[in-house]
Design a protein around this ligand. Structure first.
Ligand code: NAP
Ligand code: 12T
Length: 342
């Protein structure tokens, strides 16, 4: 097997740290590793395979001798630096939204469209976290019964928005815990100084706003799910509508999903298909209180599906509940699985 010279762009971030731990866990064949981040992190030491590695500042010259770039330093950095990496002969797997809808860039989830990897011209895009877990569960149902329409609402953890946002929830919770007043009614709000990254307080709240608002009143995050799902499933006829909600959970995104299919699938048939589907773990035993939850998905590799029900309001409909660790299958793990395909 070939051993790769690898660079991790954004190695100090929430996704970057998962890149490093998952490369190690899966024993990915590595010849050398280069850790890249901003000037702020230059010289910082990070452990990889029990050795200390020094973080280097990302520049256009960072890619000499590198063959594989795992990139998670934000879309602006991807747009600026990945063309230099491609020029230097690298294959780049990009976690940002920069190239996902570019028709020359494959958008890949290995369980769904592994064949798309072949047509890359140096960059392969990793889909949005909410899209990845959605398509892993929908694909086997689509193959069997053809999905006509999808209605999805997300419950997205704070880690999806980066390391700073994890700290923001922690700080708000600790602020409220320290507040002397035991009577919480009307007093469970934090001061303005505790709200930095999110548009509103996230502790003990829900925020129906992820990424920027667009002219059609949807957010970019919602439209990513619509457009990316169609590209990955290679079917523009699927109708999809999404609502993305931030919830005060640290890790793992959840999704409530309603689908309408061309052919009828009973609850038992759907459960059978999902129980055999690659990447999916079915947890659907409501009598014994067994269903997927973000606390159980945290730190694991699965896309967990449960609460499978026939939608009794239409002839061919199903409801599903899908949970997965957004930093692992939703980001770093999916990207490394793409690298393994290569
Ligand atoms: P994060 O925790 O905020 O980390 C950001 C990383 O980017 C850090 O390593 C940071 O380095 C680096 N960076 C920032 N500005 C830089 C610059 N000017 N030059 C070089 N490096 C720079 O964010 P994250 O959650 O890991 O997310 C990173 C990216 O992955 C984003 O594009 C995000 O959209 C994407 N993402 C994708 C998914 C997905 O589903 N595919 C999921 C989550 C995130 P410093 O520490 O030096 O600042
Ligand atoms: N704004 O990869 O805020 O396009 O949770 C992922 C997560 C963008 C992305 C978030 C975001 C992406 C978020």
């Amino acid at each position: 097997m070939k051993n790769w010279n690898v660079a991790v762009m954004g190695a100090t971030g929430a996704v970057g740290s998962r890149f490093l731990s998952i490369l190690e866990e899966r024993n990915f064949p590595i010849k050398s590793i280069k850790l890249l981040a901003s000037k702020r992190s230059k010289g910082k030491s990070i452990k990889f395979k029990k050795r200390s590695c020094e973080v280097e500042e990302l520049t256009h010259d960072s890619f000499k001798g590198v063959e594989l770039v795992l990139s998670s330093a934000g879309a602006e950095r991807s747009l600026e630096y990945l063309p230099s990496a491609v020029k230097a002969g690298c294959i780049c797997i990009d976690n940002s939204s920069a190239f996902r809808m570019d028709e020359n860039v494959p958008l890949v989830v290995p369980e769904v469209n592994p064949h798309a990897v072949k047509r890359h011209r140096g960059i392969i895009a990793n889909p949005n976290c909410s899209t990845i877990q959605l398509v892993v569960a929908l694909w086997p149902l689509h193959k069997k019964a053809k999905i006509k329409r999808v209605v999805v609402s997300t419950y997205q953890s704070v880690s999806g928005a980066g390391g700073k946002n994890i700290s923001e929830l922690k700080e708000q919770v600790s602020y409220l815990q320290k507040a002397k007043d035991a009577d919480l009614i009307g007093k469970h709000t934090v001061g303005k100084s505790c709200i930095k990254e999110f548009p509103h307080q996230i502790a003990f709240n829900l925020i129906p706003h992820i990424d920027k608002f667009l002219d059609n009143a949807y957010t970019k995050e919602e439209m990513k799910m619509v457009n990316e799902t169609r590209k990955i499933m290679e079917d523009d006829s699927i109708g999809i509508t999404a609502t993305a909600i931030r919830v005060p959970v640290y890790y793992a995104h959840s999704e409530s999903v309603n689908i309408e299919t061309e052919d009828k699938l009973s609850r038992d048939e759907a459960k059978g298909i999902l129980s055999r589907a690659p990447g999916v773990t079915l947890i659907d035993d409501p009598q014994n209180f067994r269903y997927p939850m973000p606390l159980d998905a945290e730190g694991t590799d699965g896309v967990f599906v449960g609460r499978v029900r026939e939608d009794e309001s239409i002839p061919n409909g199903l409801n599903l509940w899908i949970v997965s660790d957004n930093l692992r299958k939703g980001a770093a793990l999916n990207a490394i699985q793409i690298a393994e395909l290569l």
